[in-house]
Design a protein around this ligand. Structure first.
Ligand SMILES: Nc1nc2c(ncn2[C@@H]2O[C@H](COP(=O)(O)OP(=O)(O)OP(=O)(O)O)[C@@H](O)[C@H]2O)c(=O)[nH]1
Ligand SMILES: [Mg+2]
Length: 319
């Protein structure tokens, strides 16, 4: 091979898809947003925030990566949670690589005392990752900003012993540390191929979906116990009008579904205070997302046992 041919080979464009998987609350969605430099996936300090498969598209000159954020994998009992886990596990099938996100702080807290290299919870995940053995796997050891220095090496050793083929990278999705190491890994392992998405496209979801998600995020952040898990958001109407000043006006009607009357009371709050708090926070985010003036009309309805209903899970794209 001549020198010029060699240079050409080095700069060949790469394209591939990566499934971001891990336990609930590991920081998968935070990592996706960090990689894209933009919020496309909602996040919260509560587990099981993400319910759908969310594709974000990372583009640079010589590489494009379709990053597939997934719900956290856990020992699921309810229908909705089983569907979420199935969705995450199945997403491993049609990707080119896997990014296994581990909450390092949690992993240290749950350090096994019986001599196993990793905790039982992580073993559950490792079994899933095993299925993707023929694909490049990286382990993003996340939240190292909160980890004592001396805790990192034993953790890396344990994970390395359990998943010897994987590359382990300490990162902080929140603070943006180690992100380039991840990108470098993909620059090296993704298949050579042309980009599949327009360079300015950052996600595959509709605006309606994202708007519903941003409302749901505020519910997750403002309410507690079972309430966030009994909540879904449906967009009923979404109209956009151009305005003379160039900033469009968007009117949105959305319905917050809960499973019981008592939960409806909690979401509405005293004299509507909670619904107002959720609405104000959501409207700000939606306005930023759409680059528009937004009028958001929220109301709350009870749909008994929707989390066990195939029809609802279908409409929400979970099952
Ligand atoms: N300190 C610290 N916190 C982080 C980091 N990454 C994520 N978090 C926090 O961890 C919590 C969970 O983050 P998410 O991104 O929602 O986690 P997830 O893995 O998508 O969770 P599910 O969708 O529920 O499976 C949030 O409160 C984040 O702010 C990190 O690098 N450092
Ligand atoms: Mg998530």
């Amino acid at each position: 091979m001549s020198e010029s041919q060699e240079n050409e080979a080095v700069t060949e464009h790469r394209y591939g898809s990566i499934a971001i998987i891990g336990r609930p609350n590991a920081g998968k969605s935070t990592l996706l947003n960090r990689l894209l430099g933009q919020k496309v996936a909602i996040t919260s300090d509560k587990p099981q925030t993400t319910r759908n498969r969310i594709v974000g598209i990372y583009t640079e000159d010589q590489m494009q990566v379709a990053l597939v954020d997934t719900p956290g994998i856990h020992f699921a009992k309810t229908r909705i949670n089983r569907a979420m886990v199935a969705l995450a596990v199945n997403s491993l099938e049609d990707v080119d690589g896997v990014c296994f996100v581990v909450d390092a702080v949690r992993a240290v807290e749950q350090w096994p005392t019986d001599g196993s290299p990793i905790s039982r919870a992580l073993e559950h995940l490792a079994l899933v990752v095993d299925k993707a053995q023929n694909k490049p796997i990286c382990i993003a050891l996340n939240k190292i900003d909160k980890l004592p220095r001396n805790a990192l090496l034993p953790l890396m050793a344990g994970l390395g012993q359990r998943l010897p083929g994987a590359e382990i990278m300490p990162i902080s999705a929140l603070k943006g540390r180690g992100i380039d190491t991840l990108l470098n890994h993909w620059r090296a392992v993704l298949p050579v191929g042309p980009p599949m998405w327009p360079a300015d496209q950052i996600m595959d979801a509709s605006e309606r979906f994202l708007v519903a998600e941003l409302i749901r995020e505020k519910v997750f952040r403002c309410t507690h116990q079972e309430v966030p898990y009994s909540t879904a958001v449906e967009i009923e109407q979404f109209t956009e009008e151009p305005r003379e000043d160039g900033i469009p006006f968007v009117e949105i009607y959305a319905r917050i579904l809960v499973e019981r009357n008592q939960q409806k009371g909690i979401i509405i709050g005293k004299q509507g205070s909670m619904l107002k708090r959720i609405g104000t926070a959501a409207r700000k985010d939606i306005a930023r997302l759409l680059g528009a003036k937004v009028h958001l009309n929220l109301h709350v309805a009870v749909a008994e046992k929707w989390t066990e209903s195939q029809r609802f899970l279908n409409t929400l794209g979970i099952e």
